[in-house]
Design a protein around this ligand. Sequence first.
Ligand SMILES: NC(=O)c1ccc[n+]([C@@H]2O[C@H](COP(=O)([O-])OP(=O)(O)OC[C@H]3O[C@@H](n4cnc5c(N)ncnc54)[C@H](O)[C@@H]3O)[C@@H](O)[C@H]2O)c1
Length: 363
Amino acid sequence: MSKVKIGIIGSRFQADCIAHSVKMMPDEGEVIAVASPTRGQAAGFAQRHGIATSYTDYHELLRNREVELISITAPNRLHAQITIDAAKAGKHVVCEKPLCITLEEADAMIDACHKAGVLLLYAEELFFAPKYVKAKQMADEGAFGRVHLVKQGEKHSGPHSDWFWDVDQSGGGAVMDLGCHGIAFCWWFLGKPKVKSVYSHMTTQVHGDRTQGEDEAITIIEFDTGAIGVVENSWNRPGGMDDSIEVFGEKGQTYADMLMGNALPTYSEVGFGYAVEKAATTKGWTYPVFEEHWNYGFPQEMRHFARCVRGKEAPVSDGETGRVVQEVLYAAYASAGLGRKVTLPFRPKGVAKPIDLWKNPRP
Ligand SMILES: NC(=O)c1ccc[n+]([C@@H]2O[C@H](COP(=O)([O-])OP(=O)(O)OC[C@H]3O[C@@H](n4cnc5c(N)ncnc54)[C@H](O)[C@@H]3O)[C@@H](O)[C@H]2O)c1
């Protein structure tokens, strides 16, 4: 069967990652088009990555008959509309995290893709990160007995683009941006149990001049199995991206540090090109990573999604996954606002963006 023809919407940070990742495992898919509104951006991106066609309007990409699957790497506020337009155009969709801004949008995205008979695939690469996959394999084999606590942390010095800091465009701060990974991870690792309750403490410690969003948060998720997930997020950790997990069971435990734990402890007085995402310097002691995209699982994720389009694999992460995460995000912000646990199901209507539930708690 031929390779799945992919169109990328967006042409900056995550678009680069997707384009590189598809090329790293080229047996199932190829990127043939890109769309992004800033003049010259998409064309430059296409040239850099050897992509045949570029557009400034994503609607034109959706009219390209060759494109079968789109990858949405545009800001969060656009995910829902682009997905719905793509479904109407008969394209399968890979949507970057978080799925969208509101639960109503999540419903509409799932509905539109279902009606159009196309796949809605939720891009949670931690489900494919080799170290984390190994941890889950061991847990599933029973290596740790009953797992009762899973922790995931994602922390860095703050996002690279202005829109992340603007809660009207992003929907929230570090929990919306990074916590969505940890929520999905704990849920997936523990075998996708029902979420019983969520407690979150959120604060803005460092970046109050730049954002209304939280830049520091701890979220505790209680599952109906009794197991607990703990998710730690920060936009206040200089030194480069930190992504790690801890898993505890009655018979054992495992720890995985995805980036620093795979890095080369390095000292350089003069510096060098690149160490790790969001590291401010390469001078002195640093922890340069190798095969960064591979360690995250992005190439493996895109290969899996292409195979799903061809019916060779069943999606391990889809619109429903994104909706579960979205509901927990709502509950986390509401909990931070109310100062107490929030039990699920939790689907308040008419919320404009999750962070509103923290800033203006509904009793
Ligand atoms: N899975 C991950 O680990 C991961 C990492 C980074 C970003 N992301 C997600 O990917 C998405 C993009 O983030 P990013 O870091 O690439 O942001 P970015 O600011 O680097 O890039 C956003 C891109 O979207 C484009 N864009 C804006 N409006 C558009 C429109 N109307 N049509 C088409 N393109 C438009 C911009 O021109 C830009 O090219 C976000 O949802 C983010 O949360 C996921």
